[in-house]
Design a protein around this ligand. Structure first.
Ligand SMILES: [Zn+2]
Length: 255
């Protein structure tokens, strides 16, 4: 019973934190402060009342529209809030009150913000990736994957992708991967270590290729319009940090 209360509390806290992540997702690409001013309707500029700021509930109650101007509220808001709530609840249930829980929540939150911003703006802000690298390294002093694997993760993650970006540029004479992707994979390396970072990169490339081919096959755009790689890196990293160790064991067992 106590467990259920604690997990519900973690979910509620996650939903509130998800609201803050939404603020980051909206304001960081626009170079606005994430702490000031208070939230307003992007259509009519009216400041939101407290009851319009309740995660998930307000969106449903308002049926996705601003109360005064009827402008539509992006579906991203309830989705991010729900996703963050689920992440907090599952992570609390799985890790309990540990340093690893803190590390995974900081990591997961960064991935959610990067995923959403890259999807919409094709941008991976330094303001997330660079402090993310530092946070991952600091956490590694006290928990998984340990400082050495973390340092190697930054070098391998950043290095491999930097080399790939360089090769692509020399061969195709256009930019395929940006420095944002390089810094993001370095951040992933800092949090989950070099081995799982390679798993994340593999999964990201695989899903990226499959979705890219599907888009071409269904005539919804060629390689040029492919989804940004950072969104796939976020998905790959989320998978690698949860089921990655089991995948590695299975793969190494085959050899
Ligand atoms: Zn409005």
């Amino acid at each position: 019973m106590n467990d259920i209360v604690a997990i519900a509390a973690a979910a509620a806290f996650g939903a509130v934190f998800g609201s803050f992540l939404n603020v980051c997702i909206y304001r960081l690409p626009r170079s606005q402060s994430v702490v000031w001013p208070a939230s307003a309707c992007p259509h009519c500029g009216r400041l939101l009342a407290w009851f319009e700021n309740i995660p998930i509930v307000s969106f449903l109650a308002l049926r996705g529209r601003c109360r005064t101007c009827k402008g539509s509220i992006a579906r991203r808001y309830p989705i991010v809030e729900l996703l963050t709530a689920i992440m907090f609840a599952v992570a609390w249930w799985y890790y309990g009150p540990t340093t690893l829980l803190m590390s995974r929540l900081v990591f997961g939150s960064a991935l959610i913000v990067l995923f959403a911003i890259d999807l919409e703006h094709h941008l991976l802000p330094n303001v997330i990736t660079l402090p993310g690298i530092v946070a991952g390294l600091l956490f590694s002093l006290a928990t998984e994957p340990g400082w050495l694997a973390s340092v190697l993760g930054v070098l391998v993650g950043g290095g491999v992708l930097y080399a790939l970006a360089e090769i692509y540029y020399r061969v195709r004479h256009e930019e395929g991967l940006g420095m944002g992707d390089v810094k993001m994979l370095a951040m992933i390396g800092a949090f989950i270590g070099w081995k799982l970072t390679l798993v994340a990169l593999m999964l990201a490339s695989l899903t990226g290729s499959v979705i890219g081919l599907l888009l071409i096959a269904t005539g919804r755009g060629g390689m040029k319009h492919a989804l940004p790689f950072g969104t796939f890196l976020a998905l790959g990293a989320a998978a690698a940090s949860t089921v990655g160790p089991a995948m590695l064991d299975w793969y190494l067992g085959l050899m």
